[in-house]
Design a protein around this ligand. Structure first.
Ligand SMILES: [Zn+2]
Length: 264
């Protein structure tokens, strides 16, 4: 086995952190160079820690890390992007938490993916800056599924291979795609999907973000898409996600929560 370097510089997004010992924090990072990694930030919970502000969740950072016995130890940290609006707005915080949760769940340590790293950062920027982060979140889900090998098949029926026609259909989580009505009624791992929702899913799958963002998605279809994708993703991960519930709670709290649903 090659000897691991003693000290490395990486660029990373902080996925989450938890308290560790008296004054330290354990960070889960998604690094550009090494995929997911865990690192210890020593003394950051002490007053006047200079590193602390750079190591909050969602922050994009440049880090110098030294090889510890079991974990990397962060020796220097500089912020590249702090995404202030994500921090100041609870709905954006909830969306960003969802982005972070999916990266953590779909990646593994030392699994490098430059396209995914790029997608995560572009998505954080959109969640920080778009009037309504809804589309950024759906685009992220579809593109992430593609990058991690679960691209849903939306053109041909995953049961009988027949071309999916423009009408209401089914979506099968177990088989990973659209089912025609004949196959759909026989499946136990499917749910119905409207023709319109399916049309937007296809649009998200084949467009770049700029093209995708032009779509005017009615509020009812937005809710259908969100529910469908989260149901499929939860199925793939074999457990429920935590952050969608957080987003639902925040939406109920916000006086103008309707804005986030309708995009107005
Ligand atoms: Zn079929």
């Amino acid at each position: 086995m090659p000897e691991r370097e003693r000290s490395i510089r990486v660029e990373a997004v902080v996925l989450r952190h938890s308290d560790w010992g008296e004054a330290d924090r354990l960070l889960v990072l998604f690094t550009k160079e090494r995929g997911k990694a865990r690192a210890l930030a020593k003394g950051v919970r002490k007053m006047h820690s200079r590193k602390a502000g750079h190591l909050e969740p969602f922050t994009r950072v440049s880090l110098q890390m030294a090889q510890g016995r079991d974990l990397w130890i962060i020796t220097q940290a500089e912020t590249i992007e702090s995404y202030l609006r994500i921090r100041e707005d609870l709905v954006r915080t909830a969306y960003a938490s969802y982005v972070m949760e999916l990266v953590e769940r779909f990646t593994y340590e030392d699994g490098v993916s430059t396209p995914l790293y790029q997608l995560v950062n572009e998505t954080l920027k959109r969640v920080d800056s778009e009037a309504d982060p809804f589309l950024a979140a759906r685009f992220y889900e579809i593109q992430l599924l593609d990058l991690v090998g679960f691209r849903p098949q939306l053109v041909h029926c995953v049961g009988c291979r027949a071309e999916i026609m423009p009408r209401d259909q089914f979506f099968d989580a177990g088989m990973g795609g659209a089912l025609c009505p004949d196959c759909g009624v026989k499946s136990t791992t499917s749910r119905s999907v409207s023709m319109q929702a399916l049309k937007f899913l296809r649009h998200l799958q084949r467009s770049n973000y700029k093209e995708a963002a032009r779509a005017q998605i009615p509020a009812g279809i937005q809710r259908e898409l969100e529910a469908l994708l989260q149901w499929y993703i939860s199925y793939l991960l074999e457990r429920n996600l935590n952050s969608p519930e957080f987003l639902q709670k925040v939406r109920r709290m916000e006086p103008d929560n309707g804005n986030y649903l309708t995009g107005k």
